[in-house]
Design a binder for this molecule. Structure first.
Ligand code: NAD
Length: 297
């Protein structure tokens, strides 16, 4: 039986670890939060009291941590000194490309195999085992990584070498943030023009502004499929999370000389919305702000 160490059992990692256990893998689970450990135990994982204990017999180590500094610290200080030689290390957190590349090199220098494998899809996809993984790794390791991620995935795509998974993730989410704002602006203008929101949805979703933010994640309550907008923008992809990804994209753009003016604008708008106190609301809640209806939130 494959033994998996799962580190970071939060909103995303909790469901992901549970799906590994459901697939009859032995999951040694660790998180700093006792409540997360308890939930993991209820979901068939073996809770342990340290990263060292989780990784010592693991064939595969999976991490789902908040940000780059956590990933550097956990891998360098806790995973590397304690994991089995040759273990496959897969970091699924969303972090900056530089850190992903640095940690990959540090782990490879110590004899481990490594992949950055961030995900697309929120907590519902994490719970359902339908995440999309974008992977930066050695080509030779990809088949094994794909197999390791299967209980948690709808699709796994190799983006390229180390850091390529993170690069794909932040480019995707920058485009998503921009598209969501564009969709919200279009609905706000449609309203001012006296156009029925459902009629606009029907037309735009079959016309050239069609995009995921419109047809799969419509920000206008009542239009399109059921989304966070129909739950007053609760429990979706939080504004604060979108802002984190937009900041990563802008940092990467600045460091690599890319011109991303729309991404910069999206970051500024989401930063303001976050500072206004709506960081916990789904990122499509900017709809109510742009239509001048913040009191609805
Ligand atoms: P979260 O804050 O709910 O979970 C992170 C967990 O890591 C927490 O339970 C925390 O206690 C634990 N942790 C922190 N430091 C640790 C350490 N040293 N050792 C062990 N555990 C530690 O965050 P989340 O929503 O699960 O997101 C995790 C990652 O997934 C982030 O990088 C995020 O950007 C990315 N992501 C999130 C979503 C989403 O919708 N929430 C979607 C896609 C990607």
């Amino acid at each position: 039986m494959t033994t998996i160490a799962f580190i970071g059992l939060g909103n995303m990692g909790g469901g992901m670890a549970a799906n590994q256990a459901k697939a009859q893998r032995r999951v040694m689970a660790f998180d700093l939060a006792p409540a997360a450990l308890k939930r993991a135990e209820e979901n068939g994982c073996h809770p342990v009291t340290s990263v060292a204990e989780a990784v010592k017999d693991a064939d595969i180590v999976i991490t789902m941590l908040p940000a780059g500094p956590h990933v550097r610290q956990v891998y360098n200080d806790e995973v590397a000194p304690n994991a089995k030689p040759g273990a496959l290390l897969i970091d699924c957190s969303t972090i900056d490309v530089e850190t992903a590349r640095a940690v990959a090199e540090q782990m490879r220098a110590k004899g481990f195999r490594f992949a950055d494998a961030p995900v697309s899809g929120g907590t519902a996809a994490a719970d359902a085992g339908t995440l999309a993984f974008m992977v930066g790794c050695e080509e030779a390791d990809f088949a094994e990584i794909d197999e390791a991620l299967k209980p948690m995935s709808r699709i796994t795509i190799r983006a390229g070498k180390f850091g390529a998974g993170q690069a794909a993730k932040i480019c995707n989410n920058m485009a998503l943030g921009i598209q969501m704002l564009a969709t919200c602006e279009a609905f706000a203008l449609a309203e001012k023009l006296g156009l029925d929101a459902q009629a606009f949805f029907e037309i735009a979703s079959k016309s050239s502004s069609q995009c995921w933010s419109l047809t799969a994640y419509c920000p206008w309550p009542g239009a399109g499929p059921q989304t966070a907008s129909d739950r007053n923008y609760e429990s979706g992809f939080a504004t604060a999370m979108m802002l984190k990804d937009l900041k990563l994209a802008q940092d990467a753009a600045a460091k690599n000389g890319a011109s991303t003016p729309m991404g910069a604008q999206a970051e500024a708008l989401y930063a303001l919305f976050d500072r206004m106190g709506f960081g916990h609301k789904d990122f499509s809640a900017v709809q109510q702000w742009l239509r001048g209806n913040l009191s609805a939130l």
